[in-house]
Design a protein around this ligand. Structure first.
Ligand code: GLV
Length: 317
C-alpha cells in the first residue's frame, strides 16, 4: 500500500479525505515544522508528501525519499521546493492556486488600511487608557481615496487586489506582464519599476519569489519612493531587503510598511518590532476558515490524483 506523509495537522476536511483515501497516512500532528533531519526520517519510505511552505524540500530531502512520487505543497508559492531536482527525479510537484486569491487580496487591503490609519497603534493606545478625548492632531494617518496605487506583479492576487480598489477611485500603476483586464476596468497603466516607485502612494507586492525577485526592493528602490509612501508585502519576505526597510522606516524615509511575510521567516530582522510605522501579521494571507479548508482539500486531492495515476490540474512539475 502506498504511504503519504503529512507534515502538519491539516484542517478537518483535508484529514477526512486522507482517512478515506485507502492509502496509509503518517502525520506530524503538531503546528511546528519538523527539523530537516526529522523530516528526512519520516519520508524515507513514502510515495506521497503533503507539505507546507516552511518545509524545505531540497535535494537532500528528496535523496532521503527514494520512493517519492509526489510533493504536494499546501500553498500557491513553491519557492520552498527544488522543482528542478524534483523534475530530474520524475517527482511531481503540485500547488494550490486560485482558491487563496481573494483572501490574500483582502488581507493586503486590511494591511494597507491598518498602516495608513494606524489601527494597531490606535488599538494599543485605547487599551493603555491614554485616550483623554478627541484631539485635532491625534493619530493622523494617510488618506487612501484618490491616491496612486502601485502594483508590483500583475498575476492572480495582484489583479484581485487592484480590482478591489475600484471604490477608492485610485490611479493604478502596475509593473509586470500586460494585464488587459486591469487596463480596461481601472484604466491601470503598465509602467517600469522606477516610475511606479516614484509615483505611487501605496506600493503592494504580488510577485513570486524567484532569484530575479530577491531583494527587488532594496536601498536604491527605497530611495526612489515618496516620503509619504506605504509599502505592503503579502508575497514573500525576501523580495524586500528587510534590514534596509528597517533603516528607512527608522529614518521615516517612507511613511510606513505592512508586512505579512518576512525575509527570515519566522524571525524578524532586529529593530522591526520596535517601530510604530510598521504593521506585522503572521503570514496569514490565506487564513480564512473557508480558504484554509479548501487549501487542505486541494493539497490532499492533488496528492491522491498523482498517486492514483490520474490527471492533476495543479502540477507545476
Ligand atoms: C502562501 O503564502 C501561499 O503561497 O500559499
Amino acid at each position: 500500500m502506498k504511504k503519504i506523509f503529512v507534515s502538519r495537522l491539516l484542517p478537518d476536511a483535508g484529514m477526512e479525505l486522507l482517512r478515506n483515501s485507502g492509502f496509509e497516512v503518517d502525520l506530524h500532528a503538531h503546528s511546528d515544522p519538523l527539523k530537516p533531519e526529522a523530516l528526512r526520517r519520516r519520508v524515507k519510505d513514502v510515495q506521497g508528501l503533503i507539505c507546507l511552505l516552511d518545509d524545505k524540500i531540497d535535494k537532500t530531502l528528496m535523496d532521503a525519499a527514494s520512493k517519492l512520487e509526489v510533493i504536494s505543497n499546501m500553498a500557491v508559492g513553491y519557492n520552498n521546493i527544488d522543482t528542478e531536482y524534483a523534475a530530474s527525479r520524475g517527482i511531481a510537484v503540485c500547488n494550490t492556486p486560485g482558491i487563496l486569491t481573494t483572501a490574500t487580496a483582502e488581507l493586503a487591503w486590511a494591511l494597507l488600511f491598518a498602516v495608513a490609519r494606524r489601527i494597531p497603534e490606535s488599538d494599543a493606545f485605547m487599551r493603555s487608557g491614554k485616550f483623554s478625548g478627541w484631539q485635532p492632531l491625534l493619530m493622523l494617518g494617510g488618506a487612501v481615496s484618490g491616491k496612486t496605487l502601485g502594483l508590483i506583479g500583475s498575476g492572480r492576487i495582484g489583479t484581485a487586489f487592484a480590482l478591489m480598489s475600484k471604490g477608492f477611485r485610485m490611479r493604478v500603476l502596475y509593473n509586470g506582464k500586460r494585464n488587459p483586464l486591469l487596463e480596461r476596468k481601472l484604466g491601470a497603466e503598465n509602467t517600469d519599476l522606477d516610475t511606479l516607485l516614484r509615483e505611487s502612494d501605496f506600493i503592494s507586492l504580488h510577485v513570486p519569489l524567484r532569484e530575479s525577485n530577491y531583494h527587488l526592493i532594496g536601498k536604491r528602490e527605497f530611495s526612489l519612493m515618496k516620503t509619504g509612501a506605504y509599502l505592503i508585502n503579502t508575497a514573500r519576505g525576501p523580495v524586500i531587503d528587510e534590514a534596509e526597510l528597517v533603516r528607512v522606516l527608522k529614518e521615516k524615509r517612507i511613511a510606513g510598511a505592512a508586512l505579512d511575510v518576512y525575509e527570515q521567516e519566522p524571525q524578524l530582522t532586529p529593530g522591526l518590532r520596535d517601530l510604530d510605522n510598521v504593521v506585522l501579521t503572521p503570514h496569514s494571507g490565506s487564513a480564512t476558515t473557508e480558504t484554509r479548508r479548501r487549501l487542505a482539500e486541494m493539497a490532499v486531492q492533488n496528492c491522491l490524483e498523482i498517486l492514483r495515476g490520474e490527471a492533476c490540474g495543479n502540477r507545476v512539475v
